[in-house]
Ligand binder design. Structure first.
Ligand SMILES: [Zn+2]
Length: 141
């Protein structure tokens, strides 16, 4: 049988087209598959990015973030995100909020005397364990 070079070349070109760059699956350092686009932007998969963010804050800060979003045991998970604010006084509360803000989990809002209102960002909502509906709820209020 003749080796059909032209046909092989056509197949090769068709294969090269493939999916668009951003959707090519690549592996994160942890071994989990992520999209090339996500890895290019964040250097790691979503789970690792979230873990890195959690490492940047203190456990007490995380509890405040959960409180901020009502993402606590007293409420069913389907309700999380029903609130999204934290009225921080000066001192430790304010320092905790600033760590959350530095980690990209919260953002400072209006101040009223010694009190500054902080709000969770989309990333903060994710870190607190909110699902898509919860994030929508928290970001809309
Ligand atoms: Zn990873």
């Amino acid at each position: 049988m003749m080796y059909d070079l032209a046909r092989v070349e056509r197949q090769h070109l068709a294969n090269k087209k493939g999916p668009v760059f951003s959707l090519i699956r690549k592996l994160c350092a942890c071994g989990k598959a992520s999209t090339a686009k996500h890895l290019a932007q964040h250097g790691k998969c979503a789970a690792c990015a979230l873990a890195a963010v959690r490492d940047a804050i203190l456990p007490g800060d995380f509890a405040k973030l959960q409180h901020m979003l009502g993402a606590v045991k007293q409420y069913p998970k389907s309700k999380w995100g029903w609130r999204n604010y934290f009225a921080a006084g000066s001192g430790q509360q304010h320092e905790a909020m600033q760590r959350l803000a530095a980690a990209g989990l919260a953002t400072a809002g209006r101040a009223c005397g010694d009190i500054t209102y902080f709000y969770a960002t989309r990333l903060g909502c994710k870190a607190a364990g909110l699902d898509g509906a919860g994030i929508k709820r928290a970001m809309e209020d």
